[in-house]
Write a protein that binds this ligand. Structure first.
Ligand SMILES: *Cc1c(COP(=O)(O)O)cnc(C)c1O
Length: 237
C-alpha cells in the first residue's frame, strides 16, 4: 500500500532538487541544466498533478497506453512527455504522436520505424540511444559494439533528432559502485561526438534513478529519471 501523501511528494521533490544542486556543483554543470524527469509509471493522474503543481516539467512513462490515458487527464499542464521504456515496433505509430521524446532507441530498425511515423505525423522527435552498459540479458539497449553503427544509421533518419545517450546500469546497492557505468556512458557520448555525424548532438546523458541520481549528476547526467523517491513505492507491478 502506498502511503505517500501530497505533502510528502512536495517534500520529496524539494529534497531531490537540493541534492541535484549539490551534485551539480561537483560536475560543474549548472543545476538548471539538469532535467528532473518524474517517472510516473503506475502513478495515478491525481498524484502526478501534485508533482506538476510543484513545477515538474518532464514526465517519464514506460508504457504507451498508460501515457495516452494520462496525457488526456493532464492536458491542461504544459509538460514534456518522455518515453523511457522499451518500445515495441507495433506501438511506434501510437507512441510518436503521444511523446515529446523517446529515450529508448536501441536498434536501427526501431529508429527507422520512428522516423517513418514522425515524418507521417509531421514532427521531428528528439531521441536518445539506449545503451546496455552491463551487458545484462534482461535489459534492453544496444551493446557497446553496435552503438556506433546505430548512431550512424540514426543520423540518416528523417524525423528524428539524436540528442544523446540513455542507460539503466545494473542495480547495485552502493551507488558509488555504479559510478564507473555513468562515466562509461559519458565517454561513449564523447566518442560519438568525435564522429561528427550530421544532425546528431550528444548533449544529453539520461542516467541516474532514485537511489543513484546524485552520483549520476556528478558524472555528468543532464537528465535524471526518478520515480520511487518522489511518489513512493509503485502502485502495482
Ligand atoms: C521505473 C524507471 C525509472 C525510475 O526508477 P526509480 O528507481 O523508481 O526512480 C527510471 N528509468 C526507467 C527506464 C524506469 O523504467
Amino acid at each position: 500500500m502506498n502511503m505517500v501523501t501530497d505533502e510528502d511528494i512536495r517534500c520529496n521533490i524539494d529534497a531531490i532538487r537540493e541534492a541535484i544542486g549539490k551534485a551539480a556543483l561537483k560536475s560543474c554543470c549548472r543545476p538548471d541544466k539538469i532535467k528532473l524527469v518524474a517517472v510516473t509509471k503506475t502513478v495515478p493522474a491525481d498524484r502526478v498533478r501534485v508533482a506538476l503543481d510543484c513545477g515538474i516539467r518532464f514526465l517519464g512513462e514506460n508504457r504507451v497506453q498508460e501515457a495516452m490515458e494520462k496525457r488526456t487527464c493532464l492536458g491542461e499542464y504544459g509538460f514534456e512527455y518522455h518515453l523511457i521504456g522499451t518500445l515495441q515496433k507495433n506501438k511506434v505509430n501510437k507512441a510518436v504522436p503521444c511523446f515529446d521524446w523517446i529515450q529508448s532507441v536501441d536498434s536501427a530498425e526501431l529508429a527507422q520505424k520512428i522516423s517513418q511515423a514522425a515524418v507521417f505525423a509531421g514532427k521531428v522527435i528528439p531521441v536518445l540511444l539506449q545503451v546496455n552498459l552491463g551487458g545484462e540479458e534482461t535489459k534492453s539497449g544496444t551493446d557497446e559494439e553496435s552503438l556506433f553503427a546505430l548512431a550512424v544509421s540514426a543520423s540518416t533518419c528523417a524525423g528524428i533528432s539524436v540528442r544523446g545517450l540513455m542507460a539503466i546500469p545494473p542495480f547495485l546497492e552502493d551507488p558509488e559502485a555504479v559510478r564507473p557505468y555513468f562515466a562509461q556512458l559519458r565517454e561513449l557520448a564523447a566518442k560519438i561526438k568525435q564522429m561528427n555525424l550530421p544532425k546528431i548532438s550528444m548533449n544529453e546523458l539520461s542516467m541516474g534513478m532514485s537511489h543513484d541520481f546524485s552520483v549520476a549528476v556528478e558524472e555528468g547526467a543532464t537528465m535524471v529519471r526518478i520515480g520511487t523517491a518522489i511518489f513512493g513505492e509503485r502502485y502495482r507491478a
